[in-house]
Design a protein around this ligand. Structure first.
Ligand code: AMP
Ligand code: MG
Length: 415
């Protein structure tokens, strides 16, 4: 048949257009800081105190007044002895430092009023019954962690639109936050299309009928969605029939922000996604100038967004990472969704430049360069397992060994 040829859209244009449709979700939840990893902050988090709350020692040693040490060294140069008048452990505030004395102090303990430096115990000699000999003149402020040097009272510690990390949970806890306001999870309905698809476990490998394949997309798409923090309704496989596709979409649109499908977005006769979505709402079929991953669809079914990914597994995988992921992050209110790349040297040759922008599956090697997986076909999922990222290769660009290329690590874009 003569499928209509659609003009190719650049990835940047497609992404900009897609993000334009991604209105941020409204709902806010208060979740335990324990459970907030990878969630997106719905409001700025402001500190009600200094961290650390007061000046404290960063060493085990002695809190001193530098002028007193200097005087002791002048009076008795051979000895410089000062008596120990108190002992301050972490968690217990000391008394003001008595003149011409030192305080035994431990890491994290508050600096007593009047002290202006800590001498680490390795630089002191304890004289039995006589006090402490400071071996070297301390510099004012040494080994003191200043109040507020991490966080000052009133400061915005974490910002709205920021995605929380394990370190941010720790920081939130350090200012006393046991609950955090986060954007509600996007609700995503996922289904696969294709009469050739069989679920692993439903039919044993040796009993697969000719033409059947296992549904692999469902597994990685579900996992990618979960890692992003979505609530996933996995609706299984929809048969290649218009009525079944319409029914599945209609049901899914009720309770979801996004309906995500894989397969059936080419313009073949068995591709029912387009007429089904159009009968319920609106749909644009895009041919995006990327490889793998050309066909892509965006539309609306009632109040839900609709995104149709290509069926070929690597195409599905790559289009998810470069388009669906930023789309979902934008729904969640993430401010910066740009994919960051690193310039690394290619340790391979890529002679067959394509007119589309390519995402080549590569792996970092011990020599600091990138190796290329031997088969870059859009059906070869092994490439995405072997690889630890992709090279984002400009249209028409060949690559020679030593060329600096744009590497996007999977670790960056898979959570
Ligand atoms: P389609 O986009 O439906 O034309 O599918 C393109 C190719 O991807 C065909 O070879 C399909 O068999 C394959 N495919 C589609 N969906 C899946 C899936 N869920 N898992 C594995 N392969 C798939
Ligand atoms: Mg199909």
């Amino acid at each position: 048949m003569n499928a209509p040829r659609l003009p190719l859209k650049s990835l940047d244009d497609a992404l900009a257009e897609l993000l334009g449709f991604a209105t941020a979700l409204k709902g806010v939840e208060s979740v335990s800081t324990f459970d907030a990893d990878a969630r997106v902050l719905a409001q700025d988090v402001v500190s009600a105190l200094h961290v650390p709350p007061q000046d404290n020692s960063s060493m085990d040693g002695y809190a001193v007044r530098c002028a007193d040490v200097s005087q002791a060294l002048n009076v008795q140069p051979a000895q410089g002895l000062l008596p120990v008048t108190q002992r301050i452990a972490a968690g217990s505030p000391g008394a003001p430092l008595a003149p011409m004395s030192v305080a035994r102090i431990f890491t994290g303990a508050p600096i007593p009023a009047g002290a202006d430096a800590v001498v680490m115990q390795e630089d002191c000699e304890v004289v039995e019954g006589g006090g402490v000999r400071i071996k070297a003149m301390p510099a004012p402020g040494q080994w003191i962690r200043r109040a507020g040097e991490d966080v000052t009272r009133g400061a915005v510690v974490l910002s709205k639109g920021e995605r929380l990390t394990p370190a941010s949970l720790g920081l939130a806890a350090s200012i006393g936050m046991n609950l955090l306001p986060v954007v509600r999870r996007p609700r995503v309905a996922l289904f696969s299309t294709g009469d050739e698809l069989v679920m692993p476990g439903a039919v044993a490998p040796e009993q697969m009928r000719p033409g059947a394949i296992y549904n692999s997309n469902r597994f990685f798409l579900r996992a990618l969605l979960l890692r992003l923090g979505c609530e996933v309704s996995d609706l299984g496989i929809v048969p290649d029939r218009l009525d079944a596709t319409v029914q599945a979409l209609q049901g899914a649109a009720q309770h979801h922000d996004l309906i995500l499908t894989s397969g059936g977005v080419s313009v073949g006769e068995e591709d029912h996604i387009k007429p089904a979505v159009q009968s319920l709402g609106s749909l644009d079929l895009w041919q995006i100038a990327i490889k793998p991953g050309k066909p892509f669809a965006y539309g609306r079914v009632q109040n839900a967004h609709f995104i149709g990914l290509p069926g070929n597994p690597v195409s599905s995988f790559v289009t998810f990472l470069v388009l669906v992921r930023p789309f979902l992050l934008t729904l969640m209110g993430v401010a910066d969704v740009a994919t960051k790349s690193i310039a690394l040297p290619a340790h391979f040759t890529w002679a067959r430049a394509d007119k589309r922008r390519e995402f080549l599956r590569v792996r970092r090697n011990a020599a600091g360069g990138l190796d290329l997986f031997s088969n870059q076909s859009s059906g070869v999922l092994t490439s995405a397992v072997w690889g630890d990222g992709v090279v984002d290769n400009a249209p028409g660009q060949t690559i020679a060994p030593g060329d600096l290329v744009r590497f996007v690590p999977f670790a960056e874009i898979m959570g």
